[in-house]
Each structure stands twice: as structure tokens, then as C-alpha cells.
Design a protein around this ligand. Structure first.
Ligand SMILES: NC(=O)c1ccc[n+]([C@@H]2O[C@H](COP(=O)([O-])OP(=O)(O)OC[C@H]3O[C@@H](n4cnc5c(N)ncnc54)[C@H](OP(=O)(O)O)[C@@H]3O)[C@@H](O)[C@H]2O)c1
Length: 287
């Protein structure tokens, strides 16, 4: 198959690029809005450009790693978030090829106390969540064969993310307050990329919505302690704080654990614990 990967300069897109070398069965085209090594320019909101790319390279499958991911900025720049997270999914879904799309735990309210299943009611609380949910719906309307994978708390050795920020702050500061009343599962983007290759290479195509994160749960506070321990940071005292002390400009889900049973059962895989993913990522960051 010829496979188009969008947003490949981002965390997940870069991990797809790295792992594609271990998965030579198919041919991959890596694209993003900004040019980089081995990256073609492709804006997913540009229908003409997407159709031309799909036709020219005889694409059989699109893996959409592109998104507007800045949750706070999306509140002020709703129009752009709608274009990239929602309307572009109509563009990708209408190409007459299969699509694997990545969505988010932010489609849920985060008020529950048990892991969310794919069939649970959605109730996004942010512009980001609303636009991502609209994207899911627009995609399925155009391409009922699509696979949608919702994930959460993504980090990688590529790009900017919580892990890198906590390592930097841990080296700069003697004290750090981190929220302990938001619970979720950190997800190493390399493990999510591996899950996407599992979907691509499965002998049977299983359309639908799936949840995928690493295993286990923690708070951002626990996550920070683990990051510092693995990065050998000993001089920064990490203090648990409440979300209200941090004063987020955009609401954050208090409990956003995803139930991954459907993915594990359908694709017959086991998923690494978040500590395992974090250990591999911090090792790569070489701190
Ligand atoms: N990060 C998280 O914690 C998290 C949590 C849950 C779900 N997700 C979902 O997981 C997926 C991957 O996230 P990520 O963290 O890898 O995102 P990311 O690092 O922000 O990467 C997204 C990439 O898409 C590019 N892009 C933006 N607009 C585009 C357009 N119109 N056409 C083509 N490319 C465009 C971005 O370029 P610029 O940087 O130049 O804009 C960036 O390179 C997304 O669907 C996201 O919603 C992420």
C-alpha cells in the first residue's frame, strides 16, 4: 500500500516516521504544513492539494497525525481549530481511501470516575474537544470505514511536551507545584505509533472508534515525580497542588482514563505500562 501520513513533523508523526523503518511492508509518504527532511508539504485543509497528492502518489490509506493541538489557543482561535480539527476531516474522508485518524480524551467531560469506553456519552468542555469531536463525526460521515483512535496525555522525544517541560523546570527550579487532582494516563507517542502500525498491518480491517493509551493511571504530580526520578533530578522539590491553585485558562478533565479493552481484544495486543514508555523516552532524551 501507499500510505500518506499527515502532520508528520509533530510528536506522533515523527514517531510514525521512525517506526516506518521497522515496518517496510508498505510505502510511506510523510507530509506537513512546514517543510522538513523527507517531508512533503501538504495542508490537510486544502482539498485540491490533498486530492492531487492522493491521485499522484496512488495513496491507499491516510494516517492523520495533523491537528490543532494547543488547547488554550484554540479557545481564542476557534476558526482555525474548526478548519484543522473538524472540516479537514471531511477533506481526508472524501478521498475514496481508508483513513486512520487520531482523536482525544477531550471529547469526554472528564467528570466520570471510571475509565471511558468508546460507547460512553461524549460531552466536550473545550473548543479543542468540540472541534475534535466534530472531526470524528465528519470523517465517519464521509468514510464509514475509518478507524478513529482516541488517545490522551501524549509525549515524545520529539516536539514540546510535559515531559520535556518538567525536565527543564526540574533543572531550573528548587520547588515546583504540580496538580494532583487530574488523573489520566501518560502515553508515549512511539507506543501509539506502534498501535497504528498494528491497525495498518492487521489481516482484517476493523473500522470504528478505539481508545488507546499506555496502561495504568496517575496524576500529573505522580507523573512529574517519575520523570524527575528517571532523569536523575534530585534537587527540585515537587509539591502536589489543586487545579484551582494553578488557575487554568481552559477547563481540564479531572478524570480522563480511557478503557482500552476494545483495542486489545480486536487487535490481540498487550500495551506497555506508562512507566515503561516513560523510561524509554527519557533514555532517548539522554538526561
Ligand atoms: N498532545 C496530546 O497530549 C494529545 C492528547 C490527545 C490526543 N492528541 C491527538 O493526537 C494527535 C497527534 O498529536 P501530536 O501531539 O503529535 O500533535 P502535534 O505534535 O501538535 O503535531 C501536529 C502536527 O500537525 C501539523 N499541522 C497543523 N495544521 C496542519 C494542517 N493544516 N495540515 C497539515 N499539518 C498540520 C502541525 O504543524 P504546526 O506545529 O506547524 O502547526 C504539527 O506538525 C492529534 O490528533 C491530537 O489531537 C494529542
Amino acid at each position: 500500500m501507499n500510505i500518506l501520513v499527515t502532520g508528520s513533523n509533530g510528536q506522533l508523526g515523527n514517531e510514525m516516521r521512525v517506526l516506518s523503518k521497522k515496518h517496510p511492508k508498505h510505502h510511506y509518504f510523510f507530509t506537513d504544513v512546514v517543510e522538513a527532511d523527507d517531508t512533503h508539504i501538504l495542508n490537510i485543509t486544502d482539498k485540491k492539494a490533498v486530492s492531487a497528492f492522493v491521485a499522484e502518489h496512488e495513496i491507499d490509506l491516510i494516517v492523520n497525525c495533523a491537528a490543532y493541538t494547543n488547547v488554550d489557543k484554540a479557545e481564542e482561535d476557534e476558526a482555525t481549530a474548526i478548519k484543522i480539527n473538524a472540516e479537514a476531516l471531511s477533506v481526508l474522508g472524501s478521498q475514496g481511501v481508508k483513513v486512520i485518524h487520531v482523536s482525544t480524551d477531550y471529547v469526554f467531560s472528564g467528570d466520570e470516575h471510571v475509565p471511558c469506553r468508546e460507547t460512553d456519552p461524549v460531552a466536550p468542555r473545550t473548543v479543542y474537544g468540540v472541534t475534535k469531536l466534530r472531526g470524528e463525526k465528519l470523517l465517519v460521515a464521509e468514510c464509514p470505514e475509518a478507524v478513529i483512535i482516541r488517545t490522551a496525555w501524549l509525549y515524545s522525544s520529539f516536539g514540546n511536551n510535559f515531559v520535556k517541560t518538567m525536565i527543564r523546570l526540574g533543572k531550573e527550579k528548587e520547588q515546583l507545584g504540580v496538580v494532583f487532582d487530574q488523573i489520566g494516563t501518560p502515553t508515549y507517542a512511539a507506543d501509539l505509533a506502534e498501535a497504528i502500525f498494528t491497525v495498518i498491518e492487521a489481516s482484517v480491517w476493523h473500522p470504528g472508534i478505539y481508545h488507546f493509551t499506555n496502561e495504568g493511571v496517575c496524576s500529573w504530580y505522580d507523573f512529574t515525580l517519575a520523570i524527575h526520578e528517571l532523569a536523575g533530578i534530585t534537587k527540585c522539590q515537587v509539591r502536589p497542588i489543586l487545579s484551582e491553585e494553578y488557575q487554568y485558562s481552559t477547563p481540564r478533565p479531572h478524570y480522563s482514563v480511557l478503557d482500552k479493552s476494545k483495542f486489545k481484544k480486536t487487535f490481540g495486543v498487550t500495551i506497555p505500562h506508562w512507566m515503561d514508555g516513560l523510561r524509554r523516552c527519557v533514555k532517548l532524551l539522554n538526561c
